[in-house]
Design a protein around this ligand. Structure first.
Ligand code: BG6
Ligand code: MG
Length: 231
């Protein structure tokens, strides 16, 4: 079985926007008297804007007190502040190892996809100078369930025309790893705290086409061994 496509998460894999999300949420939360820390931020990774707000309100014990209208206003304010912060992004903000990996994948005719639930994904790819580097970007506007649901990864596979079993997904969030695993792709986790990743790397700097290919071959050797042994 050949590796046909690699599907990337954006925030935290292609560029380090997780901290910018945190700063924007922190500002909005403090306006309604909720304190959030990096630990809460960890739980917001891979979660849509409205679901993130829901979790912040729950953390502050305010989910009953804030109605839908005010939620929409808070989410819009958070996004306005986040978009301001995104102005600092430039091609040098691409995380180490990602640009060479994209070039290697293209050279080897392995398809490249994006599976981000961020509605700002097109803006971020433009700011990074990477807009032309993805064969297919799943559209977060068409997704109804956040990660860990596999919906966005399955949409990326479909857009690329590849079966999930022929793809690798790369993620920095636990919800993202769970989404990749639920879609039956092989999962690569970036970071030290992630559970159930098929391959865990400390940083994007360790990624390369060679590393992904040897991981793929190892996993498929293991899988066919298990089939032969009838496990
Ligand atoms: C994900 C981030 O990529 O996008 C989440 O990990 C974020 O933290 C989500 O909430 C939605 O992003 P946006 O840009 O649509 O608010
Ligand atoms: Mg992420």
């Amino acid at each position: 079985m050949k590796l046909q496509a690699v599907i990337f998460d954006l925030d935290g894999v292609v560029t380090d926007t997780a901290h910018l999300h945190f700063l924007a949420w922190q500002r909005i939360a403090s306006e309604i008297g909720i304190v959030i820390d990096e630990q809460i931020n960890e739980q917001l990774k891979g979660i849509s804007r409205m679901d993130s707000l829901e979790r912040i309100l729950r953390h502050g014990g305010m989910e009953q007190r804030i109605g839908q209208q005010q939620r929409l206003q808070l989410a819009a304010q958070k996004n306005a502040f986040y978009v301001e912060l995104l102005q600092q992004l430039h091609p040098g903000s691409v995380l180490p190892g990602i640009a060479p990996l994209l070039a290697e994948l293209h050279a080897k005719h392995i398809r490249v996809g994006l599976a981000s639930v961020s509605l700002n994904a097109p803006r971020i790819l433009n700011a990074l100078g990477l807009a032309g580097q993805f064969d297919f970007c799943a559209d977060a506007n068409t997704i109804s369930r956040s990660k860990p649901d596999p919906e966005i990864f399955l949409a990326a596979c479909e857009g690329l025309g590849c079966a999930p079993a022929n793809c690798i997904g790369i993620e920095d969030a636990q919800a993202g790893i769970d989404a990749i695993n639920a879609s039956h792709m092989l999962s690569v986790g970036i970071g030290s705290q992630l559970k159930h990743a098929d391959l865990l790397l400390a940083s994007t700097a360790e990624l390369s086409e060679l590393c992904l290919q040897s991981f793929w071959l190892t996993k498929h050797g293991e899988l066919s061994g298990r089939v032969k042994e009838g496990k």
